[in-house]
Design a protein around this ligand. Structure first.
Ligand code: HAM
Length: 417
């Protein structure tokens, strides 16, 4: 029996993986400009970290975690998201002791046992950032701006930014009561999910896609904010406007993780079936202390890379051809054959991307390979040329052909870039 990959996972094959490389290199480059530095944390962590960090009543912790017991009887979980692990590492390595803010980024796989569909997988990848150590609303705006810059610079069109304030735990508790008194009389009209959410996490009810008709006149969290929350929210909007980042306020935006305080935001775009959220984040002022660290605030985001790549394909964005090689070298004759191994090794040492034939194919088949690989040059070495210490070099774009000295081949190709 042939094996198949587990449901909800993907193989990224040559030809498609280049888009991933492009997107990831953009993420790294933008992080450098915004002065975020990379952190790499384990793919699995103690289960309790996510229970405490992400929240016991979230869908993620209740239904979606890949949890297992290892041979030492520890309960471990494949990370469903990146924030909890990054914050754990921040606390464990006492990064909060440094005089400057801690600005971290990560790119890597996350795992959630969800129903797989276009844009939703069980192993997926996030580009995430976390800025720890300041409550300044300018930092919330910087994080939102970084995500917006990422989407713009990879070439996505039509990305919208929606923001909300989910307040402090005290604000939320008061709002929860107001909301429940509004929802209670409608309980029987709402879908099963909403009915159970009313008991566990009523703020998420307003997020429901099917019940929107029943929410006319629902209380809004934005009207329930206290002065501190309101000022913070106003300033985030002010900074975003100053930077010309287009956004809209969505008072019904609630995120699927429990740690948010104040700012919550999402990036949205059309084109992946029923899914329109492509990234999200927010401020989490209580999380560091919740998992045993000092009382340090934080703000961050997570952007789904599958959704980014799917949309780029959907929008047929041109990809820079990262795969074209510099030269394809063809040997004609036994002596030339032997020389070519050494020759292309030297070219590769010189920084050029080079390929040759290893299957004893005819010259015509090799020329076709050179075309498929989009080689900028084809170099043909016959035994006669070898005796003269030369090689025939053809530039594919112009068709121009000349002889160059073997020891000048690499330079000749490199200098024509
Ligand atoms: P999240 O909203 O759960 O936030 O996930 C962020 C993004 O990851 C989503 O918008 C989506 O693009 C992608 N994503 C989530 N689940 C899947 C899935 N099953 N398949 C494909 N893509 C998926 C977080 O994870 C927070 N840690 C973000 C954050 C960082 N907040 C503060 N700092």
């Amino acid at each position: 029996m042939a094996f198949q990959k587990p449901p909800g996972t993907q193989d990224f094959l040559p030809g498609a993986v280049e888009r991933w490389q492009f997107v990831e290199s953009k993420a790294r480059e933008i992080c450098r400009r915004f002065n975020f530095r990379e952190i790499r944390t384990p793919i699995f962590e103690s289960t309790e970290l996510f229970q405490r960090g992400v929240g016991e009543t979230t869908d993620i912790v209740e239904k979606e975690m890949y949890t297992f017991t290892d041979r030492g009887d520890r309960s471990l979980t494949l990370r469903p998201e990146g924030t909890a692990g990054a914050v754990r590492a921040y606390v464990e390595n006492k990064l909060y002791g440094e005089p400057d803010l801690t600005k971290l980024y990560y790119i890597g796989p996350m795992f959630r046992y969800e129903r797989a569909q276009a844009g939703r997988y069980r192993q997926f990848h996030q580009f995430g950032i976390e800025a720890l150590g300041a409550v300044d609303p300018a930092l919330d705006a910087e994080v939102i701006a970084l995500g917006y810059t990422f989407y713009t610079e990879v070439g996505l069109k039509g990305v919208r930014v929606e923001i909300n304030s989910v307040g402090t735990p005290a604000v939320r508790a008061a709002f929860r009561e107001r909301l429940l008194s509004f929802l209670e009389p409608k309980r029987s009209l709402l879908c099963k999910d909403c009915q159970s959410r009313m008991d566990r996490n009523p703020l998420r009810v307003l997020d429901c896609k099917v019940d929107q008709a029943h929410f006319e006149g629902a209380p809004s969290i934005v009207d329930s904010l206290d002065d501190e929350c309101r000022t913070h929210f106003d300033k985030v909007q002010m900074y975003l406007s100053d930077m010309n980042i287009p956004f809209s306020v969505n008072p019904r935006l609630v995120r699927g993780l429990d740690y948010y305080t104040h700012t919550a935001f999402e990036y949205k775009a059309e084109g992946i079936g029923a899914i329109d959220t492509i990234g999200g984040g927010g401020r989490y002022n209580g999380l560091v202390s919740e998992i045993g660290g000092p009382d340090q605030p934080g703000v961050g985001l997570g952007l789904g890379l599958e959704r980014t790549v799917l949309l780029l394909e959907h929008q047929q964005t041109e990809l820079p051809d990262l795969n074209a090689i510099d030269a394809y070298v063809i040997a004609l004759g036994d002596a030339a054959e032997r020389e070519v191994s050494k020759l292309i090794y030297g070219m590769r040492q010189h920084g050029l991307s080079v390929e040759r034939d290893y299957q004893g194919r005819k010259m015509k088949a090799q020329m076709k390979s050179a075309d498929r690989l989009k080689a900028r040059f084809t170099a043909i070495l016959g035994d006669d040329e070898l005796q003269r210490g030369e090689i025939a070099l053809k530039e594919m774009a112009t068709g121009e052909q000349r002889f160059v000295k073997l020891d000048q081949l690499a330079d000749a190709i490199a200098s024509s870039k």
